[in-house]
Write a protein that binds this ligand. Structure first.
Ligand code: PDD
Length: 285
């Protein structure tokens, strides 16, 4: 039985319930995080908690839970569930009010939820074992504050579903100037002529923790040139390699976009080099 945390209690998931007046349910008024844990070891815990804090500050949701408090909850969940390979999902909403009214109400108590779900083992740097991704592309139709890791994910869900119906693994999004923003649930990297490139962060992109780790690891431990800047849709098709990054996938090689092969349609050598470094350093954060 999956044991979850809800508002101070640990309980079986089928006994966890919230009010239908919860603003997370009514408005998607909340913030979430997903932290990977491999064999009980977390990747990027502080960075995830800091991003969550920044999101909560942005939404003016005040909770007294500290990083230490979150860690205690997470450790208890790991203990009670499985210390194998788990995604840890953290979710805070503004809480339940007595009426449905758009403005932030005063004096309500935020709802705090955490649960774990199984994820694949930590990726290895092995071209034979790595899953290969195929993506579609679509104009980004989401709101203009995608830097906030909000639980209001309908835009992302609709993009992802559109790709899913076409048997695609992900959907790469671009703005009206045909510049890549990110994917429905991942950040994007390309490699061209040995240069690793990713879109520069702005309010249309989530500041991904995996993206941040990848940039830091490559800058600290390799001679590869990395650039954060504009990545045009055309650059995707002509790239030597394309990668998706997210906490549950780490660095996922994309071999096809819109039905066209990326490079020679095989996993690239720079993916192998960077995933090797990531394996060595993922627990440094
Ligand atoms: N998704 N961009 C979007 C829109 C995302 O939803 C995610 C992560 C990322 C990558 O962020 P990070 O490296 O911090 O996981 C980028 C999570 C895993 C999810 O919604 O399940």
């Amino acid at each position: 039985m999956n044991i979850v945390y809800l508002n101070g209690k640990f309980l079986p998931i089928d006994q966890a319930s919230i009010s239908p007046m919860d603003r997370g349910f009514l408005f998607g008024d909340g913030i979430y995080e997903v932290i990977p844990s491999y064999g009980g070891r977390l990747v990027g815990f502080d960075l995830h908690i800091n991003r969550m804090k920044a999101g909560l500050t942005e939404l003016e949701i005040d909770i007294s839970l500290t990083a230490k408090g979150w860690l205690e909850i997470i450790n208890k969940l790991l203990e009670q569930n499985d210390t194998d390979n788990l995604g840890i999902y953290l979710h805070v909403t503004r809480g339940a009010d007595t009426r449905r009214y758009h403005a932030y109400p005063e004096g309500i108590t935020p709802t705090i939820f955490a649960y774990t779900f199984k994820i694949p083992p930590a990726p290895t740097a092995n071209k034979m074992l790595a899953p290969k991704f195929s993506c579609a592309t679509e104009e980004d139709k989401r709101w203009k504050r995608c830097n906030i890791k909000s639980t209001s994910l309908l835009g992302n869900v609709m993009h992802f579903q559109w790709g899913h119906e076409k048997n695609e693994d992900e959907v790469i999004l671009y703005n009206s100037d045909k510049e890549i923003t990110e994917a429905a649930a991942c950040n994007i990297f390309i490699v061209k002529d040995n240069v690793i490139k990713t879109p520069l962060l702005d309010s249309q992109k989530l500041p991904g923790i995996t993206r941040m780790l990848l940039l830091d690891i490559v800058r600290q431990h390799s001679d590869y040139q990395v650039e954060e800047g504009t990545v045009k849709l055309d650059e995707i098709y002509s790239a030597d390699e394309v990668w998706l990054t997210s906490s549950t996938k780490e660095i996922a090689p994309v071999i096809k976009v819109d039905g066209k092969n990326i490079g020679d349609g095989k996993i690239g050598d720079i993916w192998l080099a960077v995933q090797t470094l990531f394996c060595e350093h993922r627990f440094d954060y």
